[in-house]
Structures are given as C-alpha cells and as structure tokens.
Design a protein around this ligand. Sequence first.
Ligand SMILES: Nc1ncnc2c1ncn2[C@@H]1O[C@H](COP(=O)(O)OP(=O)(O)OP(=O)(O)O)[C@@H](O)[C@H]1O
Length: 728
Amino acid sequence: MSTHPHPDTMPAAESADADAAAEVVDLDTARARRAAAPGGEVPDDDETVDAETVDDAPPAEGGPVDAAGDIPSEVLARRRERRPILAEWARSWRGVRAAAKHQGKDAGYVLAYHAVRSPKYAAKTALWAPIGLVRGIAQALHWASAEEGNWHLRQTAAQRGEADVWLKLDARRQRQTTWRWWVLALATAGIVTGLIVLALGPPWWRWLAALTVVPFLATRGRPADKPITDRVSEGTRYRKLTAVLVRRALTSVQMAAITSAVAKDPKAISFPVDIHRDGPGHLAIVDLPYGVEAAEVVARRGKLASAMRLPLDQVWPETAPGHTGRLALWVGYEPASAMKQPPCPLLNDGLKVDLFQPFPFATTPKLDQIMAELMYRNWLFGGQPGSGKTFALRLLLLAAALDPRAEIRGYELKGVGDFAVLEPVMAEYGNGFDDETLARAFAFIQWLYEECRRRSQRIAHYARLGKAPENKVTPELASLKGSGLRPLVAWFDELQELMTSKFGKEAGEILEKVIKLGRALGVIIVIGTQIPDKDSLPTGISRNVNSRFCLSVADQTANDMILGTSAYKQGLRATVFQPVSEAGWGVLRGLGKPQSVRSFYVDTTAAGRIVARAVALRTKAGNIPTFPTDRDVAPQHHVLDDLARVWPGDDKSVWNETLCAALVELRPDVYGGWGSAQLTAALKPFPIKVGDVWAKPADGGKATTKRGIVHTDLTAAITERDRKRSGG
Ligand SMILES: Nc1ncnc2c1ncn2[C@@H]1O[C@H](COP(=O)(O)OP(=O)(O)OP(=O)(O)O)[C@@H](O)[C@H]1O
C-alpha cells in the first residue's frame, strides 16, 4: 500500500513544497544509474528514484545473456572452431585411399563407357575430319588475307565517302597480310616437311600422327551442337552432395516444421561447415531450423533417400555433436551393399588378440574400422530373425578364442549349431531348447554366481598382496597360473528361450546379479536375444549391460530395450535397417560415440580357420579345454556327486542343512555360504524333490521334520544323468 498521501488530501503548503521538490525523472538516466550499481540495486544517494518508483518502460530488447567479455578466454578458445589445415579426406590414409579409389573407379568407368562406343566415334571422326580439313584450310587462308573485321570497316568508309580512312585501313590490311602469308607459307613448309618425315619414318609415327591430327580435324569439322563423344551421364550412380540437394531433400521429408520454417526464411537450413569429402563419400553438417531435432530426420532416412533419388544404404543421417538440431548427413559414393567390406582382420594369421585391448569388430558406412572390447564389459545383441546377431555375437567369441587365457562357456538356445564351430575352444557348450539344455543353462548361471563369489574372494586376496590395485582383474592376474581369474566369457544366444521357461524368473534374477558383480571380476556376459520384451529380457539385465549392438528391430520398444531408454528419441534407431538385406548392420552403443556399423562378416568356414588358429595358440599355451573330461566342470555335476559323497551312512533321508554343512566341509571354496535355499536352487534342474523329510541331526540329536531330500531321488538323478551323458 502506498504511503504517499493523495495530492487531493494534502495540505496546501505541503502540496506546494512537494511540487517544488518534485521534478520530472528521466527514467532512462535513472535506469542507467541503477544498472551501474552493483547488483542493479538502487543507490542510496539516489533521491529521484525511491523504493516506489515504478519503471513503466517497455522491457529492453534482450541483450546478450553472456557478454563476450564475461566468458573466460579459455572457454572462448575452446569454442572457436578452427578449420582443418588439410581437407578431411587428406588427413588419413583411409581418406586418401578412398579418394584415389573413387577417382580410379570413375576413370575406369569413363574409359569403359567410351571404349564401348569407340566404333561410333570412329565413324563420326571419319565423317567430320575431311570437313575439318577443308574448314581449317579456309580459315587459314581467311586469316592470311587479314580481311576479318577490316573489310566491314572499309565498306563503311566507302559508303561514307571517307577515302583517307579507307586507304589507311587497306594499308593496315596489307601490312598484316604480308607477314601472315609468310607465316602461312612457313607453316605449310613445316607441314610438308612433317609429311615427308612421316612418310620416311616407321609406320607407328604415321599412326601416332593420324591419331592426334584426325580427331583434332574432326572436332574442327563437327557442328557446334554435335560432340563426337557421348556425354558420360552419371545418372543416379552418385550425386555430389550440394547445399541445394540437401535443402531440397530436407524439405521433402514431410516435416511441417522444416517446410514452414524454410518457406518463411530460405536460410532456415544452414551449414556450419562446408560440405566436404569424408572417406568414400561426402559429409554435410546441417543446422536444422530452430526447434527441429536431428533425431526426427534420422527417423526419416527412407524419405531422405527418396528425396535424393538414392538407394537407402547410400544415405546415412546421424545426429551430430553440438546441439540436438545438428545433423550429420553422410552420402556414400555408392550404396553400402556395393561397397566391399574389407575381410575381417581376425582372419589375418598375424593378428593376436589380447582381451584387455580392443580388437576389430565392425566397419562404419565409411568403411572405418570399429574396435570392440570384452574386458570389464557385458554385451547385449538384439535383433529380429535374419538381422545377423548370431554372426555378430560369434565374432566376439572368435576374438576371445584367440586369447588363450580366455575361458569360453555358453549356450545356444536355438538349437541350430551356429556355435558348434567353436566347440574345440569352449570349456562348456550347450545347444538346444529342450528342458535338459535349459536346465544346464540355468545351472550354469547359478554356477556363474558362485564363480563371481569365489573370484571376489580371490581378488580381495590379491588386493591384500597389492596385485589388484583397483580391486579388479588385471592382465597380470589373468595370466597368472592358478589365480583362477582368467577372463571368463559366458554367452547365451537366444536367451529369451531360457527367460520364458520355468527357470526364467530365477535365472533372470541371478543373471542380473552376475552382470552387476562380474564386470570387475573378469566375468564377461554376452547375450543375444530376438524378442527384447520385458519377459524375454528382464529390465534388470538390459539396464546393467554396458555394450549394446542393436541390429534390425521392428519397433521403438524393441529398439529401446536393446539400446536403452530414450535411445530412439535420441536418434539411435535400428528400425531403419532391413533384416536379411542389411544383415550385420546395427547401432553400436557403449564404445565411444554411438553409431551405425556393420559387423565383420565371418562365415562358418572362415570361423573354422580362426578356431584352428585359436586351438594352435591354446595348445602352445597349454590350456586347450579337452571337453568334457578335463574341463572345470560346472556345479550341476559336482553337486550330485558331492551329495552322494557326503551322504551320512545309510540314512534314507537327510535335511538340507545337514547336507550343506557337509558340502561346505568338503569344498569350502565352492559351497561356502550355502544354506538350504541354495541347495534347493541347485537341485532344481534335477528330478529331486526337496520337501519336508524325517531325519535326525548330524550330532545324533532328536529326529524331526525339516526340508531335505531322500536318498532314492539322489541315486535316481545320478543314474539318469549318467545315462544321458553316455547318450543312452
Ligand atoms: N555382418 C554381416 N555381413 C553380411 N551378411 C551377414 C552379416 N551377418 C550376418 N549376415 C547374413 O545374415 C544371415 C543371418 O544371420 P544370423 O544367423 O546371424 O541372423 P540372426 O539375427 O541370428 O537370425 P536368427 O535369429 O534367425 O538366427 C547370415 O546367414 C549371413 O548370411
């Protein structure tokens, strides 16, 4: 509420004083003064502006929020984008090679194009060369007469009756024509001499002269609008990326925001960097109109390709760093399907793999090599049938096989045998979707959890010795014999089969724990799945995976299950790939910048060659798993045999807790910490009923009913297992 008395109610003297004191306040000046005060506060000594002064001026137009002077110079220096000294294509061997290859290919194309048409060119040359000769002679004579231009001027002078001008012009013509005739005579003499030399010389001289002179004469003789050679039309083979083309394409992708912005301002689409060559193609960095996200354009890859009249796999839009409206549009010289992917470097005999280092895995559309890593990682491969996920997953295992330290175990739950080729280097391998294989896969997951527990104890031990400074497996520990910390690659292809089976819920929970624990312990989980919904791939698992390769998927949900929440919104869209025809293409996330890559193609025969090399390396290192006798057997085999071993005398039934205590005594590193629940879970894959049984404690106390098993179930389970093992 105002504290000023109203002028009408003021006493007259007071009012006069007030009038005298009152002055017109120049608000601009006052405002300037206020702004000058720190924090924009009203200075105390300001008499004209008080707490109640109301600034009714329209707000000033927004000045820069950060005056340039306020930004630290080092930040400004970082922001300043310097143009590269060398063009993008000349900055790497890959770029130079790609450019040379492209030019060479083009030259070859042009050569072949003309070679096919050479008979037509010969006929045209034969027709136009004599005309060219006559025309050439006529032109030479005309030049020698020096009438060009002069004749018209003389005619004009004659018409005007300017005799002296006419005479001057004619004298000039005579002077010119005299020396020109001499030149012509000398040239004719030269030609005649040349002809004599050619006549006397070897025949190839004449051929050479004919090949040079005749086409020249033909070009002089042909009509101006009829070239001898046909135009090399490049058609849709490759369109050089130009700003006009990009603008046209972007306004044709049916995005109202772009079309209306461009209609208002044709410069709404801008190019912060010039369009330039990049590898075997051109790259345009595009700033889209305000408010348009690059991800929305990426999703319209098909429409973009249509607007450019190019095959889909020649057009590669991606979001670019900087801001969400920046698009990186790369257009290849040719479709990716026509570009030959280099052979997988793993096939190279000289290539050694150290799992602690990156190894070649894929190529980008520009054919740059992308490296993958396995240590301290978990992988998730997802894609619809025919997208190429099995091949991609197998590639990782082939790389792991080439490091003799790596122990590979896994289950292929499709039952096709895509991974059978790796059997000689695997310590454990299951193939199928029958109950027994699923039970084994489940038991394997339980074992993995136990293995993590064991490994964490070992790591703690080595950390105490100062050998595990970061409390994780080091290359030295992985190589140390008897450390029990070799990289363990545990893989599951078509995991959805297990997750939707009766073991699913528990398997999912344990696997999630393994994924969380295993990373530092050298346990690497690699999962392939076809149906990435929350039942087939528990979110706890997908959330904890740090490397993802999403091949062709049908929809946004599947895309985000594999690549992580919001991936689709951020423009990482594997929905743009076609299964089968674009097999192997996918979005790779977790290894540097997320991007579209194609995994190296290694068919089963080639995989066999890699495995043979891996076997040789492993034999030399002395750790080829001799399946199944010499392998570090999974616990389902232990547990039955170990139970038989610790079974007390001829008791018909025994409590779980008694058995667990005996098991811990037998193998503390395996069974340490086991309780009744763990034993029940471990027995789940076998036909052993865990229920309330009548027994007495090991110390001979009073008999009662507790959870346990009966002896006949155990012996039956062992007999059944042995029968299956021997293939009976
Ligand atoms: N990187 C690649 N480059 C080229 N072709 C590939 C590539 N990867 C896979 N393919 C081809 O795609 C076919 C299907 O691959 P793959 O079996 O891995 O698919 P998938 O996604 O596992 O399908 P499904 O779920 O039906 O098994 C392969 O037979 C192979 O010919």
